[in-house]
Design a binder for this molecule. Sequence first.
Ligand code: DGL
Length: 272
Amino acid sequence: MKSPIGVFDSGYGGLTILKEIKNLLPQYDFIYLGDNARTPYGPRSFDTVYEYTLQSVKWLFAQNCPLIILACNTASAKALRTIQQKYLPGFDNQKRVLGVIRPTAEIIGKYSSSKKIGVLGTKGTVKSASYLIEIEKSFPGIKVFQHACPMWVPLVENNEYYSEGADFFIKKDIDILLKKSAEIDAVLLACTHYPLLLEKIKKHLPENIKVISQGNIVAKSLADYLQRHPEIEMKCSKNGTLEFYTTDSIEDFDKHSEIFFGEKVNSSHIDL
Ligand code: DGL
């Protein structure tokens, strides 16, 4: 039986990824789950992020998804490996869960000539050092400077991304990152919520510094994965449908999702 691909995020952020995936692979069916009731994940402990992510993964598997994308850096950093190595083998080794960190790390080097890259993410992502480890594997010559921006996700989730308050925190965090090295020539937005702040991020960064969002990178990597794994691809249904689920209010989700996803969304509520 063929079923939709699952896409998970702690809230709205993964919609910036799903938008690009859908543009590139419109023929597939997708189920999006946002754990808005418990967002943000960024400041939470390893165990909590693992527990919450696993609950969401279990729910998506219960909808029959053969493949789930953790469209959340924090969940990818803190839960993905344990899910892949400890949970999946005992549950169903025909199912797959993929994240957003490895595909990004595998390509990031081509954006920098100075070989100095800035990474902005949540506390959880930065603390996990996942980007340092993964970028080192693909581009050993590149030096990565990280900085956590704990205020950015709340600004986005509370629809304050256009406000003067957002400018204050964005400038403050960018200044801290750039003080770590004058040679940074590319900055990765290592949180799926941050593309919503793109305009302001660009405003506070020198023009010569490239800003990299992950949506496109993750979409291309998924397309490539499906091509390389026909045994998974053949289990993915293709009617071009989208379903959206949130653990919080559907009114809020439908109202705000349009900004992240670029089109109107009709969600349903679930409890995890
Ligand atoms: N969107 C998520 C990420 O990419 C995390 C947001 C949160 O803190 O929940 O890291």
